[in-house]
Ligand binder design. Structure first.
Ligand code: HEC
Ligand code: HEC
Length: 229
């Protein structure tokens, strides 16, 4: 097992994310204990999450369970804290996101672990030489969004006008503004529905979201689904 974990780190290291470079400093937790990142603990905690979010946080259930790998650790931690306080509603996660199951130390370990995985945009091509184990891991970690129906050009205009400023030109987001690229469309659409019904907070919902027609949304997600091509 240790070997497997080491190999995974080696591989994710090769595809290192910008977030993963920042080694967190030791911190004092609310209970007075010190926290320093423990990757083995992060990996262990992730086993609980894997049932829904996939072994490497790549998402699952046809996109009902979001991709959580490679997201910024501060965004991930903030969402977990919001689930724990119920500021963000998430009924399936209630048994996991509470102080007993997921104390602050575990929130930090699992979020830094998830942030250390960069999901490749494609499974590795047959031309690239690598051993079978490496190939298998990278194929499992890959998050490739199938092309969504809609007009890509119109979607690009909408995206650039309304979303790019925060979610970035390449859709990969920045710090506490999560990526929309390489995120499952079923999940993204569900979040918009929650925002429109005031069950999840988002900036400027009236201007950015309430003004859009079903066709606008199709076009927007069609464009976003090409960002990982
Ligand atoms: C029983 C299934 C289930 C398990 C187990 C589970 N989750 Fe989730 N998780 C969900 C669902 C469903 C959502 C989406 C909720 C929504 O639609 O807003 C979610 C959303 C999230 C999000 C928000 C992602 C985003 O982009 O905002 C994070 C972060 C997350 N989960 C982390 C975890 C971690 C870490 C664990 C393990 C400690 C875990 N989850 C275990 C079902 C699960
Ligand atoms: C002013 C900045 C800003 C703009 C502009 C913006 N967003 Fe966001 N968006 C955010 C932030 C911040 C969050 C995280 C909210 C949270 O912490 O729960 C977010 C979250 C989201 C999420 C949830 C993603 C997830 O992983 O759970 C979706 C979907 C989303 N935005 C879609 C859009 C779309 C579509 C547009 C353009 C029409 C847009 N946003 C424009 C700041 C912005």
């Amino acid at each position: 097992m240790r070997l497997a974990i080491a190999a995974i780190f080696l591989i994710s290291g090769l595809h290192g994310t910008a977030w993963a470079q920042k080694t967190p400093d030791p911190r004092t937790l609310p209970n007075g204990k010190t926290w320093t990142y423990d990757a083995d603990s992060g990996h262990d905690i992730m086993r609980t999450c894997a049932a829904c979010h996939g072994e490497f946080g790549e998402g699952g259930g046809g996109g009902v369970y979001p991709r959580i790998s490679g997201l910024h650790p501060e965004y991930l931690a903030e969402q977990l804290r919001a689930f724990k306080s119920r500021a963000r509603e998430n009924i399936p996660m209630i048994p996991y996101a509470n102080e007993r199951e997921l104390p602050e130390k575990d929130v930090l370990d699992v979020t830094y672990y998830l942030a250390s995985i960069t999901p490749p945009k494609h499974p590795p091509s047959d031309d690239v030489p690598m051993d079978a184990f490496q190939r298998l891991i990278l194929a499992k970690q890959a998050v490739q969004i199938p092309r969504q129906p809609g007009d890509i050009e119109t979607g690009q205009k909408l995206y650039n006008a309304d979303c790019m400023e925060c979610h970035a030109r390449d859709g990969q987001g920045r710090v506490k503004k999560p990526p929309l690229a390489q995120q499952h469309p079923t999940y993204l659409r569900a979040q918009i529905a929650l925002m429109l019904s005031d069950r999840r907070k988002h900036d400027d919902v009236d201007e950015l979201m309430r003004t859009k027609s079903p066709k606008d949304w199709d076009d927007l997600w069609a464009y976003v689904s090409t960002l990982d091509d």
